[in-house]
Design a protein around this ligand. Structure first.
Ligand code: RB5
Length: 146
């Protein structure tokens, strides 16, 4: 799968671990940075990753910051993005099955390997259920035009 990944300084260590495991698993990954603990602004990484997913260049995105919330708020400003914070295996399955989330955000202060790896695996492998959820996801897109 083609995956775009990014982080701010609060998430770059976990981002690097997730990136390396995805590459080792055979995924095609582009790392949009950041790559050090130097202070950065999370929208500067959420934007490029979100646009790369929204324009179809990448099938999924993964964004990491300290809480995972700033990345989620920022990425969801981009038309066509459904970014959601990953909390537990069951909840990540639901953000795919019900919400068709195309970006997973993680908070490095709250989740580390190997739990993060499990969330990423579920995010990538769980299909959208469609059906009644299709209508609801379409209504989200309509909100962008209001
Ligand atoms: C950076 O200190 C921190 O605010 C950021 O990583 C993220 O948690 C924001 O939501």
């Amino acid at each position: 799968m083609k995956i775009a990944i990014g982080a701010d300084h609060g998430g770059f260590l976990l981002k690097n671990q997730v990136r390396d495991r995805l590459i080792a698993s055979g995924h095609e990954v582009r790392d949009f940075g950041t790559n050090s603990s130097d202070s950065t602004d999370y929208p500067d990484y959420a934007g490029p990753v979100a646009h790369a997913v929204a324009n179809g260049e990448f099938e999924r995105g993964i964004l990491v910051c300290g809480s995972g919330v700033g990345m989620s708020i920022a990425a969801n400003k981009v038309h066509g993005i459904r970014a959601a914070l990953g909390v537990s295996p069951e909840q990540v399955a639901l953000i795919r099955q019900h919400n068709n989330a195309n970006i997973l955000t993680l908070g490095e202060r709250f989740i580390q390997e190997p739990a993060a790896e499990e969330l990423v695996k579920i995010f990538l492998e769980t299909p959208f259920e469609g059906g009644r959820h299709e209508r609801r996801v379409e209504k989200i897109a309509e909100l962008e035009n209001e």
